[in-house]
Design a protein around this ligand. Structure first.
Ligand SMILES: Nc1ncnc2c1ncn2[C@@H]1O[C@H](COP(=O)(O)OP(=O)(O)OP(=O)(O)O)[C@@H](O)[C@H]1O
Length: 265
């Protein structure tokens, strides 16, 4: 198993926010983290990335405890796209994407033509090549998300950790992101992403970790986890889960918060 999270605990200032969570994901899988605001999704990512100390349990990559990796070793294994990213310098978009290639050239070496081509190809894949010469600082939040995803693609890490990657994306770019994530999984990458849309794991998630108050509420396939009972248990609202087919016959799951008739209030 590529990623194994076993009863992991950790948090801030000596207080555990993530309290004994277990889950796993292998190469070629998409693991979606779902749960209410403040339930601990980002904190779990920080534990995985070695940004916070693990106070109990363990996280293993390819069977090896993450605590045994140096920051550089972890960075070459995990590409992280944070929820918010405020750059200090006004690099061009192509330079930001090229930074993902830095593990592939030595400190005093300039990127080669092949590195530039790889960076440009990653932008093209995300329909963002037209942004290549723009200042990164002058982009919208959604455009920055696409650029950071291109940088992660260039990094060639085995695991992608995406913290609410769709938060700032418009409808079309949201769909593009889902397709890119599915494509990356198909190519053998392991994607771990948080989302606030229960429909997202239903359409691309191989596995879903549903969290509540820092604990695991449910873990399994989307069919096992995305049910009215599980969703109601963490969101405390009634939610219908239905299956529909799109115009090409593909089976899709939709989640509908139940709108009670006015008279019942
Ligand atoms: N730097 C910090 N110091 C102290 N507490 C923090 C810090 N960052 C987050 N927390 C707390 O830890 C808890 C979990 O936060 P976390 O960001 O992991 O939640 P989340 O599930 O990612 O939320 P959201 O869906 O809103 O992004 C919250 O109660 C939050 O207030």
């Amino acid at each position: 198993m590529l990623l194994e999270v076993d009863q992991v605990r950790g948090g801030y200032g000596g207080k555990d926010v993530v309290k004994g969570v277990s889950c796993s994901a292998d190469a070629g899988e998409v693991l979606c983290l779902l749960g209410p605001n403040g339930c601990g999704k980002t904190t779990l990512f920080r534990l995985l990335l070695g940004l916070l100390p693990i106070t109990g349990g363990s996280i293993r990559l390819d069977g090896q405890d993450v605590r045994s990796f140096s920051p550089g070793e972890l960075a070459s294994r995990i590409a992280y796209i944070p929820q918010y990213h405020t750059p200090v310098f006004s690099y061009t978009v192509l330079d930001v994407v090229l930074m993902g290639r830095s593990a592939h050239f030595s400190t005093f070496c300039a990127p080669k033509e092949a590195d530039r081509a790889a960076a440009f190809a990653a932008l093209e894949k995300l329909n963002a090549a037209h942004l290549a010469n723009r200042k990164y600082t002058a982009l919208s939040g959604g455009q920055r998300q696409l650029v950071l995803l291109a940088r992660a693609i260039c990094q060639s890490a085995k695991i992608f950790v995406l913290d609410e990657p769709a938060a700032n994306l418009d409808y079309a770019n949201h769909q593009l992101l889902m397709e890119v994530v599915a494509d990356l999984a198909q190519k053998g990458y392991c994607i771990v992403m948080s989302t606030h849309s229960p429909e997202c794991p239903a359409s691309i998630g191989s596995k879903v970790l549903l969290m509540q108050n820092g604990e695991r509420s449910a873990f399994g396939s989307p069919e096992q986890v995305i049910t009215p009972e599980h969703l109601q248990a963490v969101y405390h609202i009634e939610i219908d889960v239905a299956t529909v087919h799109d115009r090409y016959g593909a089976r899709r799951t939709i989640c509908l918060p139940v709108q009670r008739p006015a008279a019942s209030f």
